[in-house]
Design a protein around this ligand. Structure first.
Ligand SMILES: Cc1cc2nc3c(=O)[nH]c(=O)nc-3n(C[C@H](O)[C@H](O)[C@H](O)COP(=O)(O)OP(=O)(O)OC[C@H]3O[C@@H](n4cnc5c(N)ncnc54)[C@H](O)[C@@H]3O)c2cc1C
Length: 622
């Protein structure tokens, strides 16, 4: 009997297994292929809008993805630097070979963690409590908690036009029986689909036809522990090209040959990551579509054609690719394909990612209906922390929508469910000004510390940073500056040539383009760039952030109103019929969660508040 079994060595499984092993629990991770652990079957990149902030959140909680991504990045790019801090996020071009080797090495050297190569065929449970797994070999491995992170592999099939192969990504195995064993236990599963583009031999592309897309030198990293990142001159660029009228013509003339449009595909694909044929159909008015050419690895001579995923037959793929600028003589190293797989309906999960049906069984990642390495890793970490907390007698971790993108994602999944691969977007977060790249540590380090994933040394460094931030804010608030000499010429340079007399330093920094680093240096104080950028954001956006916090206060208040999962909503008068059905299906744990279930109206929430008050008056637990 082991403490924790993790099925899957993908981005979710790695975070789950590292979390439970680092918290001292004997953990076994099963993967279909050890050499494929932490692989990137699709885009060789980590981060981007919302996703980049998730990686920061994983790092602030004590997870691994941020550290591994920084150490194996080919390019760093801070996105939306000209926009507000609520939408800025980091994206790295990853060396996908180096990334998986780095992660595999971390797993191999992790105390309390055993990595095994085996096919898990069945989930074993008794009396709605998890017991263990049955392997294809016939071996039974018992456990106290089980975390399923099977990604795109459950009952998967690969499709190229009407040609179907029953396998996982990149010719990996698939398993039919595992999702059947979940259905036998009463779980609802559904079919999802995603796709990946071709990989082209890099030196067969004429990049003179493409626009250079370099990284930028913002010196930002995912991990608070990363001291140095590669200088811009050491970074590998991407390139940008566009589809051509001929590309659109070829696709339109052969649409019926695509798996998507020939009826071969049953599963629902990602709305925000469509195949090229899908884009041509859905955005028929668009004359051209962006295609990014991304390096995959220093140890591979292949280029990833981002934005060109398809399930067209090989001969049509060749025509489509050769119609692109610089691709006339391209050599296709790997053809594009679509993949369909089983996922479970996330409405069957508690906000802790434990299943409602089987106690001690947790699920994380693509199996829950999401798409993306970052989304998977965020769930994996939460499932790991909560599986461990269950065994260590600690309160579970449920992040609120105003605390983390991870909280927004999980709440959306377990409260609203999903019918298509769920991808995190900044627009999903109503409090995105609070969920920033820069403040992930202030939002989540205390949680990481409470659960035991943040070391003393790291915690002390974090506390010192907070006190430094406050110290400099106090100095700026108490400093009045005469506008003369260095300050006068700096203000002139920044377009404030009419400034005269004296001004409070803190007030000065509120002005656009005025940097706290310069003002503090005028006061004879030197601080590092990162801390200065933090100060600038906190001072310049102070009003907006305070307003967002006030708005979140209402959420926090109704999140505190607990609801028992045992309430029978069909018995509460004045609730609408739809609300009774939906509330009984989801069994929300808080009034806040109830308020976000589609079909539950504000009047139903008022009815529930009255019901809770009455229950309290009658001295009953609601
Ligand atoms: C073809 C393709 C295209 C994609 N396109 C995109 C995209 O465009 N955008 C995007 O955001 N994401 C895309 N993804 C998804 C992305 O790869 C996943 O979101 C991410 O890898 C999910 O991580 P995960 O940990 O949930 O699962 P995975 O990374 O899929 O890992 C699953 C793990 O489970 C193991 N496993 C599965 N079944 C068993 C079993 N029975 N026994 C033992 N081990 C088992 C596997 O060996 C593997 O280690 C794509 C994936 C594929 C395959």
């Amino acid at each position: 009997m082991v403490d924790v079994i993790v099925v899957g060595g993908g981005h979710a499984g790695c975070e789950s297994a590292l979390a439970t092993a680092r918290l001292g629990l004997e953990t076994v991770l099963f993967s279909l292929d050890k050499n494929w652990i932490a692989s990137m079957p699709c885009n060789p990149s980590i981060g981007g809008p919302a996703k980049g902030v998730v990686v920061r959140e994983i790092d602030a909680l004590g997870g691994q993805m941020g550290i591994s991504a920084d150490a194996t990045a080919l390019q760093f790019k801070m996105l939306n630097t000209t926009k507000g801090p609520g939408v800025r996020s980091l994206r790295v071009q990853s060396d996908k070979i180096a990334y998986k080797k780095y992660m595999q090495n971390v797993l191999a050297n992790q105390k309390n963690l055993t990595v095994r190569e085996a096919v898990v065929e069945k989930v074993l449970a008794n009396d709605n409590k998890i017991e263990g797994v049955l392997l294809q070999s016939g071996e039974i491995v018992k456990c106290k908690t089980l975390i399923l992170t099977t990604g795109t592999y459950m009952n998967s099939k690969v499709m190229v036009s009407d040609h179907i192969t029953y396998e996982g990504p990149d010719h990996q195995k698939t398993t039919k029986n595992l999702s059947q064993s979940l259905r036998d236990l009463g779980f609802k599963t559904f079919r999802l689909k995603t796709g990946t583009p071709a990989r082209i031999k890099t030196d067969s592309i004429d990049f003179s036809c493409a626009q250079l897309e370099p990284g930028n030198d913002e010196a930002e990293a995912f991990s608070y522990q990363t001291e140095r990142i590669a200088e811009i001159k050491e970074q590998i660029p991407c390139y940008l090209i566009y589809t051509q009228p001929l590309t659109h013509k070829i696709i339109k003339e052969n649409l019926n040959k695509s798996s998507m449009y020939s009826g071969v595909v049953e599963g629902v694909g990602p709305r925000y990551c469509p195949s090229i044929e899908d884009k041509i159909v859905r955005f028929a008015d668009k004359e051209r579509h962006q295609i990014f050419l991304e390096p995959e690895s220093l140890s591979l001579d292949t280029t990833y054609v981002q934005g060109f995923s398809t399930s067209m037959p090989y001969d049509i793929q060749e025509q489509m690719l050769r119609s692109l600028p610089g691709f006339k003589d391209c050599v296709i190293e790997k053809y594009a394909y679509a993949i369909e797989y089983d996922a479970i309906d996330p409405l069957q999960l508690k906000p802790t990612l434990e299943t409602k049906l089987i106690e001690g069984l947790f699920t994380a990642g693509q199996i829950n209906g999401t798409s993306g390495y970052e989304e998977a890793a965020g769930q994996g970490l939460i499932a790991g922390i909560n599986a461990a907390s269950k065994l260590l007698g600690k309160k579970p971790l449920v992040l609120r929508r105003d605390e983390a993108y991870i909280g927004v994602m999980i709440d959306d999944l377990v409260t609203k469910g999903t019918k298509e691969p769920y991808r995190l977007l900044t627009s999903r977060a109503e409090y995105r000004l609070l969920l920033r790249h820069d403040n992930a540590d202030q939002r989540l380090t205390e949680y990481g510390r409470y659960y035991g994933l943040i070391s003393d040394e790291r915690y002390e460094r974090y506390k010192n940073k907070l006190s430094d931030l406050q110290k400099y804010k106090d100095i700026l608030m108490d400093s009045k500056l005469s506008i003369e000499n260095q300050l006068a010429s700096y203000l002139c340079e920044k377009g404030y040539s009419d400034s005269k007399g004296s001004i409070n330093a803190y007030e000065l920094i509120r002005r656009p383009n005025i940097e706290s680093k310069v003002i503090l240096s005028i006061l004879g104080i030197n601080i590092d760039d990162k801390l200065a950028r933090q100060l600038d954001i906190e001072i310049k956006y102070e009003g907006y952030i305070a307003k967002a916090k006030r708005e979140a206060a209402n959420l926090i208040r109704i999140e505190k109103q607990q609801l028992s999962p045992d309430i029978d909503y069909s018995k509460i008068d004045n609730l609408s019929l739809e609300a009774r059905q939906k509330l009984n299906e989801v069994k929300p744990l808080t009034l806040g969660q109830a308020s976000r279930i589609s079909g539950v109206n504000p009047s139903d929430i008022i009815t529930l508040q009255i019901y809770l008050k009455q229950e309290k008056k009658d001295g009953k637990e609601a």
